[in-house]
Design a protein around this ligand. Structure first.
Ligand code: PLP
Length: 457
C-alpha cells in the first residue's frame, strides 16, 4: 500500500514530539518536511519519495546485522504468534529468555553471573546505579554511593543515566545532573594533552586525576565508575594508550566498581565481541542494548558480575525480594529477537568483519581526510570512526560554532545519499555503519563523504 506522504507528514508535524530536535525550527519548517523512512535492506534505507541512503550510522549505532533480515523478522513473528508476552517475575520464564541469558553469561567477558533486562540503554544504566547502591547497602557501606562518570560520556537520558551523561546540553532546563554523579575528565588525547605530553603520560595523568578525585570525595563515598570502552556520542574517541590499565588500577585500589557501558561497543563494533575484550577491561557490571537485537526490538540488559551478584543473593535474607523490574523485563519477543540476531552475529562472525573491514575503513578515512587543511583529527576503531574539523590545524582552533561546519558537512553527505552523523561535541562527522558492511561499501561511504567535505571547504 503506497503511503500518502502529505497526510503522514501533516500527522507527524501535528503530533510527534521528536527527540533531540529543535522544536521551533521543526515547527516552522526550517528542516523541511519530515523524512519518512519506509524500507531498508542491507546497509541501505529508502524514504517514501524513493530516495536511497547508505546508512553510515546503522540507525543509531544499532542495526549491526543490517536491514531486512528475514530470519529475524520470522523469529519475531513466530514468538508473537506463540506467546506475545509473559513476565519473568518470581521464577517465571520462557525458553527464549533462558536460552538468551545462558548465552549472554557465557559470552560476556569476565566472570558474569546474571542478566537483568530492560528496554533501553538508559534504563539499563539506571538499573546499574541501583545495583551499585543496593550492593553497598547490603555490604554495610551505606555511604559508598557516588558514581563517577566522564566528561563527554553518553549513558542515556533518564534521570540517573542522563545525569551520568557528561554533556551539559543534555541537562539544560531538565534539572540534571543529580548530585550523586561526579565528573572526571574525558579520555581524549587530541584535545586534552599538554604540550610535549605523550599519549601514555596523558592516560597516566587522567588516572592520577581520578585517584585524587576519589581521595577528595573519600573512597568510602564512591561506589562506581561508569564509562564506555570507546567514547561514543561524545565524539567516537578510542581510549589513549595505557588508559584502561591505569584507570582500573585506581578503581581496584579504592574498591570502586567498574560499569562498562557497552551499549555501542557490545556485539562486535570494535572488532571484538565486547569493547572490554579489545581494551583489557575487567568490568563488574556491563550494560548492553542496541546491538543485542540490532534494533529490531527494544531490549537492553545489565549484566551482573559474580562479585556483585553474590552479595545481592546473600542479602535476600536481610531485605527480602529484589524489588526492581519492569513489566517488559525479559520480554519474550525481545529474547527471541536477540537469539536470532546473535545467531547471525556468530554465524557471520561480525566482530571479525568489523575488525577486517574496519581496519580498511580506518585506513581509508586517514588516507582521504587526515591531511585536509580543515581536518584536525581522524580517529576510530573497528566500524566506528570520526573526522573532526578545525579552523586551524596548527593552533588546534575550533570553527566558530555558528558556522555549523559539522552539520553542514553531514547535510552535504545526506544530499549525496550518505547518512553520517554530526556529533554534538564539536564539528565532528561520525560513522558507525552496520557490521555487515563490505570493503566495496566502505569505498562508497568514503567517496561520498569526500565529496561532501570538499563541497563545504
Ligand atoms: N549508553 C550508550 C553508550 C549509548 O550510546 C546510549 C545511546 O546512544 C545509551 C546508553 C542510551 O541508550 P538508549 O537510547 O537506548 O536509552
Amino acid at each position: 500500500m503506497a503511503i500518502n506522504i502529505k497526510e503522514i507528514s501533516e500527522k507527524d508535524k501535528n503530533s510527534v514530539l521528536h527527540p533531540f530536535t529543535h522544536l521551533k525550527d521543526f515547527a516552522t519548517g526550517k528542516f523541511g518536511e519530515p523524512t519518512i523512512i519506509e524500507t531498508g535492506k542491507g546497509i541501505r534505507i529508502q524514504d517514501a519519495n524513493g530516495n536511497q541512503f547508505i546508512d553510515g550510522f546503522a540507525g543509531m549505532y544499532c542495526v549491526n546485522v543490517g536491514y531486512g533480515r528475514t530470519e529475524v523478522a520470522e523469529a519475531i513473528s513466530r514468538q508473537a504468534y506463540r506467546l506475545a508476552y509473559y513476565h519473568c517475575y518470581a521464577a517465571h520464564t520462557t525458553d527464549e529468555l533462558a536460552i538468551l541469558s545462558d548465552r549472554l553469561v557465557k559470552m560476556a567477558p569476565g566472570k558474569m553471573n546474571k542478566i537483568f533486562y530492560g528496554m533501553s540503554g538508559s534504563d539499563a544504566n539506571e538499573t546499574q546505579a541501583k545495583l551499585v547502591w543496593y550492593y553497598n547497602n547490603l555490604r554495610g557501606k551505606p555511604n559508598k554511593k557516588k558514581i563517577i562518570a566522564r566528561e563527554r560520556g553518553y549513558h542515556g537520558c533518564s534521570v540517573l543515566s542522563g545525569s551520568m551523561t557528561g554533556m551539559s546540553f543534555y541537562h539544560d532546563c531538565m534539572d540534571l545532573p543529580l548530585p550523586q554523579i561526579v565528573r572526571t575528565g574525558a579520555p581524549h588525547y587530541y584535545w586534552g594533552c599538554n604540550p610535549e605530553e605523550t599519549e601514555r603520560e596523558f592516560s597516566a595523568r587522567r588516572a592520577v586525576e581520578l585517584d585524587q578525585l576519589i581521595e577528595r570525595l573519600g573512597p568510602d563515598n564512591v561506589g562506581a565508575f561508569i564509562a564506555e570502552p570507546v567514547l561514543g556520542t561524545g565524539g567516537i574517541t578510542p581510549p589513549p594508550v595505557g588508559y584502561w590499565e591505569a584507570i582500573q588500577a585506581v578503581l581496584k585500589k579504592h574498591d570502586v566498581l567498574l560499569i562498562a557501558d557497552e551499549v555501542i561497543t557490545g556485539f562486535g563494533r570494535t572488532g571484538s565481541m565486547f569493547g572490554s575484550e579489545r581494551y583489557g577491561i575487567e568490568p563488574d557490571l556491563i550494560t548492553i542494548a542496541k546491538g543485542l537485537t540490532s534494533g529490531y526490538f527494544p531490549l537492553s540488559a545489565a549484566i551482573v558480575g559474580d562479585k556483585v551478584y553474590k552479595v545481592l543473593e546473600d542479602g535476600a535474607d536481610k531485605v527480602g525480594a529484589f524489588s526492581h523490574g519492569y513489566t517488559y523485563s525479559g520480554h519474550p519477543i525481545g529474547a527471541a529477537t536477540a537469539n536470532a540476531v546473535l545467531d547471525i552475529v556468530e554465524r557471520e562472525n561480525l566482530p571479525a568483519n568489523a575488525r577486517e573491514v574496519g581496519a580498511y575503513f580506518q585506513a581509508q578515512l586517514k588516507e582521504k581526510f587526515a591531511q585536509l587543511p580543515i581536518v584536525g583529527e581522524v580517529r576510530g576503531v573497528g566500524l566506528m570512526g570520526a573526522i573532526e574539523f578545525v579552523a586551524d590545524r596548527d593552533k588546534k582552533r575550533r570553527f566558530d560554532a555558528s558556522l555549523k561546519v559539522g552539520a553542514r558537512i553531514s547535510k552535504a553527505a545526506r544530499d549525496r545519499g550518505l547518512i553520517a552523523r554530526p556529533m554534538p561535541h564539536g564539528d565532528i562527522l561520525g560513522f558507525a555503519p552496520p557490521l555487515v558492511t563490505t570493503k566495496a561499501e566502505v569505498d562508497d561511504i568514503v567517496s561520498i563523504a569526500e565529496s561532501a567535505v570538499r563541497s563545504v571547504m
